[in-house]
Design a protein around this ligand. Structure first.
Ligand code: ADQ
Length: 457
């Protein structure tokens, strides 16, 4: 069988993969990480210059091959064009989007450096699977070096509406580069439609009824393969976690109050300021629930070198103070806000305890927290998922309470609806949601994508 080569911006440390903090891409790709697989990308370390010779480590039958990023490349490629331009624009937040021609030039150079470092490791029948917005140009760079292998690409973040995508000065070049791939995968139909619309608007190429595009004689297929989790493993983790001393301490501290939980990276796309405003509106509009609810927001710091992220942190500190100042009592604090990473193993127990999972990103590729919350529930007494319509997860979870996160009053109403929802309705929604989370799983994602990469779609 052909070898699978995974290419992603960050390659996880093999030691972390076995530990309780394992999350992100490694969880979604678990089924694809079979012995023999090669995983290539950035080590997460920085050097004076971007290194060209990958360091290879064997672990658990896999080979991890990594390069280090030079300091200047880290700033221009990673913080700059990837996270200052593509990230906000693809999340359809144009006013947060900056463009700097010099940073884009470095993005191109680093994408070529990834391709050049990977090239000597490739075998003729390898299947290459590239991940995410930092690496839009790697396939074209590999093709320029004569690579004819099947290459697939998966976009973990949304693809913006064509009218927004066109804002990007190198819109045409990036799309043409993406079309060097044989398969391009998205989480939702909406993302695929946006992509096909952009190809049409920017390059003037129409797609066939089965979403294939022919560009300079090369055929690319656009597919929809939503990422998921291993629901049964997560349920088991939640049950184990609920017996831990830390979870018991948390339950004791609630003193019988309902827990509402939010778990996110501290990122402006996750809609935390609006979420805090909605909670404040809820406390104001539904005084009967005051003292009977406790909202725990866990927010893992992220990209702290970027000004906008620092500003977000300050804004949330301020809002937390305002909410707790206005509503706290000497024996009740309405909002518990933690800015640190908590292990998935512990969070699973918190999800299981929580009567409401509040997942309200302004825009999100998928959002795995929504799926984890569903999998963690006790079917006999399940909590309610309040979910943003603009998370990719909403397309596959229609039995959640779907909200527009920009509508503060609507989110406040949904919190109230979740709190007063009768047990039978919670159970029937949960049965349906769990069925969907189990079906749209991590392994279904890997199988569907690799089948398409094999040419079996
Ligand atoms: P992310 O934006 O990182 O990923 P998400 O899918 O919500 O977002 O979370 C990934 C993992 O991180 C989950 O397993 C979650 O439990 C964990 N996590 C998040 N916040 C945490 C915290 N504060 N403490 C501990 N763990 C935390 C990108 C896209 C998403 C897409 C994924 C996968 O932005 O839309 O779902 O890739 O494709």
């Amino acid at each position: 069988m052909a070898r699978l080569v995974i290419v992603s911006n960050r390659v996880p440390d093999p030691a972390e993969l076995a530990g309780p903090r394992a999350g992100g891409l490694a969880v979604g790709l678990a089924d694809a990480l079979t012995p023999g697989t090669l995983w290539f990308g950035w080590s997460g370390s920085r050097a004076k210059q971007t290194t060209s010779e990958p360091v290879c480590v064997e672990s658990g039958g896999l080979t991890y091959a990594t390069i280090d990023l030079g300091d200047a490349d880290y700033r221009a490629f990673y913080l700059g064009f990837s996270n200052g331009t593509l990230w906000p624009l693809f999340h359809m937040m144009p006013s947060f989007t900056a463009f700097d021609r010099a940073e884009y030039a470095v993005y191109r150079v680093v994408n070529h450096a990834f391709a050049a470092a990977l090239l000597p490791l490739l075998r003729p029948d390898d299947l290459i699977w590239i991940h995410d917005y930092q690496l839009l140009g790697v396939a074209a760079a590999l093709r320029a070096q004569g690579v004819t292998n099947r290459i697939g690409f998966f976009l973990h973040i949304p693809f913006p509406a064509p009218a927004l995508y066109e804002i990007l000065p190198p819109a045409a070049e990036l799309l043409a580069g993406m079309l060097a791939q044989d398969v391009i995968g998205f989480h939702t139909e909406r993302d695929r439609a946006h992509f096909l619309g952009a190809v049409n608007a920017v390059l003037g190429i129409g797609a066939t009824a089965d979403s294939t595009i022919t560009h300079e004689g090369h055929v690319t297929q656009a597919i929809v393969t939503p990422i998921g989790i291993d629901a049964d493993a997560f349920t088991a983790q939640a049950i184990r976690a609920s017996r831990r001393v830390a979870t018991k301490r948390m339950i004791d501290s609630l003193a019988g109050r309902a827990l509402m939980i939010g778990v996110d990276r501290l990122d402006y796309t996750k809609g935390l300021p609006a979420r805090f405003d909605a909670y404040s509106r809820f406390l104001s509009n539904y005084p009967e629930h005051r003292r009977h609810i406790s909202f725990l927001q866990v927010a893992a710091p992220s990209r702290e070198e970027v000004d906008r992220y620092r500003a977000l942190r300050e804004e949330l500190d301020h809002k937390t103070g305002a909410i707790n100042g206005a509503y706290s009592d000497f024996d009740w604090v309405p909002l518990r806000y933690m800015t640190r990473t908590v292990s998935r193993a512990l969070i699973a127990g918190f999800y299981r305890t929580a009567r409401i999972g509040l997942v309200t990103p302004l825009r999100d590729g998928m959002n795995l927290v929504a799926k984890e919350y569903v999998a963690a529930q006790n079917p006999a007494d399940p909590g309610v998922l309040v979910l943003s319509r603009f998370a990719g997860a909403a397309a596959g979870l229609p039995e959640a309470l779907l909200v527009n996160p920009f509508d503060i009053d609507a989110v406040a109403e949904a919190i109230n609806a979740a709190l007063v929802m009768p047990l039978e309705e919670r159970q029937s929604r949960h049965v349906a949601l769990l069925g969907r989370v189990r079906a749209e799983s991590a392994s279904a994602y890997c199988q569907a994508f690799t089948a398409a990469l094999w040419g079996e779609h």
